[in-house]
Design a protein around this ligand. Structure first.
Ligand code: HEC
Length: 266
């Protein structure tokens, strides 16, 4: 009985310490758990969410975050947002891409602005800033990370990016100081994030009639960014399923062969 109490006490102390540690100021909260359409072995990207998420990225996030690894033609490829070829070409053409030197060798126009040309399907999304210094200068010294593989690069993946996106607007606990030029977000390591709240209700207007709440917009943009980080996910999951089916069928045939070969030996 004594030992039992002893154990119980030790356990309580350890548990207490663990709880205290997780509640230390600045320790990020575990990401919210979201049920994604792309979870699990049969997961797929919700096409509507991909298209709406593309809109949120374009109208909001792309002001600060680049998407360097994604090319426009991916937008009309199977397993992606499902834009038609013509829609994808129009999207590409609506972006200005830095052009190389012209016939005269100039890279800037008469007013000193860099020469640009309309995008083509082979181009990648152009970055919002010319270089890292310009990006930091516009963001209080902080660098908005490229979003091409952000979902894969962060522990917690899609849930983490969703939690950062939707984790604003809470009151910091008493005694916690939000630094000047920073914002409180308990899902970010240190709780002080240099990104102002990017999404509010109706930050965008959806053409498919979906209500643009913070939750909806963050889900949609995270679906889009998950696809950006893993555009071939559906193909991979289908292939995995077909391989399993094949192996099952093959094992059954082997079993029948075994029965036949050993038929007279029993
Ligand atoms: C006004 C500029 C701005 C906009 C707009 C913006 N961000 Fe950010 N974002 C930043 C900056 C700056 C950081 C770096 C924060 C830091 O290091 O403290 C950041 C960081 C992040 C992070 C954390 C990454 C990490 O390092 O763990 C996520 C997730 C993120 N942004 C998502 C988004 C999404 C999604 C959108 C669009 C809905 C968006 N951001 C729009 C400026 C912006």
């Amino acid at each position: 009985m004594r030992t039992c109490f002893g154990f119980g006490f030790a356990f309580a102390v350890i548990l207490g310490a663990a709880t205290a540690a997780s509640a230390a100021p600045g320790d990020p909260l575990p990401p919210k758990t979201v049920a994604w359409s792309f979870d699990g072995p049969f997961g797929h990207y919700d096409r509507g969410a991909l298209k709406r998420g593309f809109q949120v990225y374009t109208e909001v996030c792309s002001a600060c975050h680049s998407l360097n690894l994604v090319s426009f033609h991916a937008l009309s490829e199977p397993g992606g947002p499902g834009f038609t070829e013509a829609e994808m070409k129009a999207i590409a053409a609506s972006h200005k891409i830095a052009a190389g030197p012209n016939d005269k060798g100039d890279t800037v126009d008469s007013s000193g602005n860099p020469l640009t040309r309309p995008g083509t399907p082979a181009d990648h999304f152009p970055p919002p800033f010319a270089n890292e210094q310009a990006a930091r200068a516009a963001n209080n010294g902080a660098l908005p990370p490229d979003q091409s593989v952000l979902v894969k690069a962060r522990e917690g993946g899609s849930d983490y990016v969703y939690s950062i996106c939707s984790g604003y607007g809470q009151t910091p606990p008493a005694g916690f100081t939000v630094m000047t030029g920073k914002y409180y977000n308990p899902y970010f390591d240190g709780w002080n994030i240099s990104m102002p709240q990017p999404i509010a209700d109706s930050s965008v207007t959806y053409s498919d009639g979906t209500k643009a709440t913070i939750d909806q917009e963050c889900r949609d943009v995270v679906t889009f960014l998950t696809w950006a980080a893993e555009p071939k996910m559906e193909e991979r999951k289908h292939l995995g399923f077909e391989v399993i089916l094949f192996l099952l069928g093959f094992s059954f045939l082997l079993y029948l062969t075994y029965r036949r070969v050993w038929r007279d030996m029993h």
